[in-house]
Ligand binder design. Structure first.
Ligand code: M6R
Length: 630
């Protein structure tokens, strides 16, 4: 998730673009850069300045090499392909063309090979540079305008993008386009803007056009021309001929305050991030799930086929929410790849004199990629000869760097301290790793792999449907937790719902300060049942899976002791649904995939409980987003 801005008008735009990027810095700050067209000397000059790190570094670089001109583009990067470095920073310059991009081009490897074979040289590891080459290629082949060249180039790419392009030969124009990644156009008096998000525009205009997927626009100081690409490219050399129709999109007047706008109208980052989950999963699956082959793209995992076959045991290591994701991951690895697997808390593993070595695959899971205990466990595992695969969200962070291979979640920056979208994208990465291992080790039938992958790509739709019930969950939070001033809460689940019970309890603790315990439902009789009385809400995660009947008995046992049950059940459930005081409903999904939907009402339950109690949802007391001390 990167931030892009663009300007075409009468003002000298360098500082205006940097100020726009400052409003988008929450989207990433690995590096930043500007490209500006300057016509002052008669001949147009395309100046580019880039710097690694936060915007302050770009400010410094611009003091050393100032840019002037009234047409330009800017970018703040959250790395996905290629480490944070100046060479990988945007804008990418090829010939007379400069490009900034937010998104992931799925077929970048194929296109890079094709362009390399044509003699083209690359100066970065990014997928974006491919787009810059394709546009330059279209121009060299006689495209009639920059707009036509961008249209032709986009016909060759598959994936997600919001891009902005300038070209020295058309100094009064910025071309922008959108597919899956967000992009808004700002309409001013004698000036036109574009940005990834509204806050970057609010200082200049409140009249914005929210672009739709397939929109391609030519921005000039006098206004915007929009066309819609009907058939987006499938990546093949013949797909560049995209049919277009002109479209008219009316600007909308925005009346959000700047703070509201940064959260896209949501009250807190956590709530925004909860609602971003379907898109975050789509981004994490993009380019990795190969439906035609019923497989996962091994190039993205980074291990060799021989390494996959040589593994004797998998040890999953993490902390906090990431640890909960590893419990589901362990179940998938055992059931799909049929390798013995265990989970370890990083803080325990690192000091336990554990037996680790050759034949072991350690999978280290971390949102930040910087958690001190997980990093130490990774180093210890490698010292003892184990192979380490990192699953991390922050590209180039310490844990992937210290590992043999890295599979990145593409959740985008997570600002709320309580992890939400990173948890579900970790689940997606772990499931893909299990499927990839299962196929390599021939423990997973191709037909079952295909079925799982098909159902996995449908998960974002089921998540969207689940999130539509946010208001109903808010009412349950008020009725069962806030109005009753609940002090303690029990979360129960079995199988893949057990880590979800743990995660639901952790979320409630960390942001609403209600004491909560997550338990394997089968363990209830071994202790926690003594706590049950009419005061205690008990959240039971009971989707439609092979544990359903057993968990239904647990619910009966709770009700027999006057416990107040909030049940997460499948839509249409009539058994548990009829005995629970409240139900939080999720749509039907494949039984291996229930965690993706059952966790959502629990995240919302905690969010609303905390919000109604008035706690600091995004920065709960005593907690830090990244725990770099042990
Ligand atoms: O960055 P990591 O995933 O390694 O962080 C691990 C934990 O610190 C983190 O999940 C923590 O438990 C969150 N606050 C949970 O919401």
């Amino acid at each position: 998730m990167c931030g892009i801005v663009a300007y075409v008008g009468q003002q000298s735009c360098a500082s205006l673009l940097v100020e726009g990027l400052r409003k988008l810095e929450y989207r990433g700050y690995d590096s930043a850069g500007l490209a500006i067209l300057d016509k002052a000397s008669g001949e147009t000059v395309l100046g580019v300045v880039r710097a690694v790190g936060k915007l302050a570094k770009l400010d410094e670089a611009l003091r050393e090499k100032p840019l002037s001109g009234t047409v330009g583009i800017g970018h703040t990067r959250w790395a996905t392909h290629g480490r944070p470095s100046e060479a990988n920073a945007h804008p990418h310059l090829v010939g007379d063309v400069a490009v900034v991009h937010n998104g992931i081009l799925e077929n970048h490897l194929e296109l890079r090979a094709e362009l390399t074979a044509m003699g083209r040289k690359f100066s970065s590891e990014t997928d974006t540079e491919i787009a810059a080459h394709l546009i330059d290629l279209e121009l060299s082949r006689g495209a009639s305008s920059l707009l036509a060249a961008v249209r032709g180039a986009l016909g060759r790419v598959r994936g997600a993008y919001a891009i902005a392009v300038v070209c020295r030969k058309e100094p009064d124009v910025v071309v922008v386009a959108k597919s899956f990644s967000p992009l808004v156009v700002g309409v001013g008096e004698g000036e036109t803007f574009a940005a990834s998000d509204v806050p970057a525009l609010l200082a200049h205009t409140r009249d914005v056009i929210f672009l739709e997927d397939g929109d391609l626009c030519e921005l000039r100081a006098t206004g915007v021309k929009i066309e819609r690409m009907i058939a987006l490219g499938d990546g093949s050399p013949t797909s560049a001929a995209t049919r277009v129709v002109p479209v008219e999109r009316k600007p909308r007047r925005i009346d959000w305050s700047p703070a509201q706008a940064e959260k896209q109208g949501y009250k807190h980052f956590m709530l925004k991030e909860i609602h971003e989950q379907p898109t975050a999963i789509e981004n994490t699956l993009r380019g990795r799930v190969l439906l035609e082959e019923g497989d996962v793209n091994g190039a993205e995992i980074g291990l060799t086929e021989a390494q996959a076959r040589a593994i004797k045991r998998v040890v999953l290591v993490a902390c906090g929410t990431s640890h909960h994701a590893t419990i589901a991951g362990r179940n998938w690895i055992e059931s799909i790849a049929r390798v013995p697997a265990s989970v370890e808390l990083a803080s325990e593993l690192r000091y336990r004199d554990a037996i680790l070595g050759e034949g072991d695959l350690v999978i280290a899971v971390s949102q930040s990629g910087e958690t001190a205990d997980t990093l130490a466990a990774v180093r210890e595992a490698r010292r003892r000869g184990a192979l380490v695969l990192a699953i991390a969200n922050v590209v180039g962070s310490a844990i992937p760097r210290a590992s043999d291979a890295a599979l990145y979640t593409h959740a985008g920056p997570e600002i709320g301290v309580a992890s939400t979208k990173c948890f579900t994208t970790q689940l997606a990465a772990l499931l893909m790793a299990a499927i990839w291992l299962g196929r390599r080790r021939e423990t997973l039938e191709p037909a079952r792999a295909l079925e799982l992958l098909k159902r996995l790509v449908e998960v974002p739709t089921a998540m969207r449907e689940t999130l539509e019930q946010a208001d109903a969950v808010a009412k349950v939070a008020r009725r069962q937790i806030v109005s009753t001033d609940a002090r303690d809460c029990l979360f129960l689940g079995r199988g893949l719902s057990y880590p979800i019970a743990l995660e639901g309890a952790l979320k409630l603790k960390e942001i609403s300060y209600v004491h909560a315990e997550g338990y394997a439902a089968g363990e209830m009789k071994h202790g926690p049942i003594a706590l049950i009385d009419a005061q205690m809400p008990i959240v039971v995660v009971a989707p439609d899976d092979s544990h359903y009947e057993k968990i239904a008995s647990n619910v009966q046992e709770v009700r027999a002791r006057d416990g107040r049950v909030i049940a997460v059940v499948r839509k249409g459930d009539s058994l548990i649904g009829s005995i629970a005081q409240d139900v939080l409903v999720v749509p039907f999904v494949h039984q291996e995939l229930t965690p993706f939907v059952t966790v959502l009402p629990l995240q919302l339950l905690s969010y609303y409980a905390a919000d109604f109690k008035g706690t600091d949802v995004d920065q709960p007391r005593n907690l830090a987003k990244t725990v770099t001390v042990e």
